[in-house]
Design a protein around this ligand. Sequence first.
Ligand code: SAM
Length: 294
Amino acid sequence: SLYHPPDISKPCYVRVNTLRLDVDSALQEFEKQFLVQKDDLLPDLLILPPHTDLHNHHLIANGSVFIQGKASSMVGAALDPRPGWDVLDACAAPGNKTVHLAALMGGKGRILACELNKQRVNRLKDTIMLSGATNIEVLLGDFLSLDPKDRSFSKVRAILLDPSCSGSGTASQRLDHLLPSHSAEFVDAERLNRLAAFQKKALSHAFSFPAVERIVYSTCSVNQIENEDVVYSVLPLAASFGFRLATPFAQWYRRGFPTFEGSEHLLRTDPVEDKEGFFIALFVKQGAANSAEE
Ligand code: SAM
């Protein structure tokens, strides 16, 4: 018989869209066909065997379940928005995290989803439609030019900032590096510097919204320059607005690179062992009512 190498691939994660279906019903439905279990960290996440083909599955087609990785699903959960809040998703398309926020808020409250790119706004609208969320307002424009003093932002209590990044923590980007035509290193350095400059500006802008008390900064990059370095550079400004770093998922063992005192608050996921390389920083305003992450 043919030799089959051991399957070392990672499981397939799906997030139940609790706006449409409860987790136990989704579990029962998948159990008819697959070996499935609940994730031990995120209550709305299910784990299916590697290579499970779900593309034609009715729960995916009708928006009851989204194919969304664990690392990506940790971002919205780290922000922990409450039902009834005003929440701003600063860089929203294609909207996977936007609709996760809507589900975490039980469909109650108001989500403002800002996106600069016109084509990507259409994808964002499709995702919102599929999710069934009815409390998301799409803003086509530049997050950096949103005026924090504008009345429509006066009650924004949480901001998710998931800006453009190099994507170096995701599989497709990692495979790119195997291609012979890969661009010269200095071009990469220039691109990373440009991205980091935007990321710092965007994160700095987030602090200036008057009612904001929780800010999550996330990337799907493994580069320190887009992650720890961005966070470190804004710490004085954050402090001037009364923000400090909090610890999302304190039980998670993989933290920020130890580049500064406090980097242990930061969260990393490993591109191989955790399937995707993500980075999460959580800023909480001192004195804000709910700081379970002290
Ligand atoms: N959070 C999204 C999700 O989970 O589906 C992914 C966001 S993606 C990493 C970053 C997005 O930010 C892109 O769609 C990009 O077009 C958008 N973007 C880049 N610069 C922006 C800006 N200045 N204002 C608003 N959106 C911006």
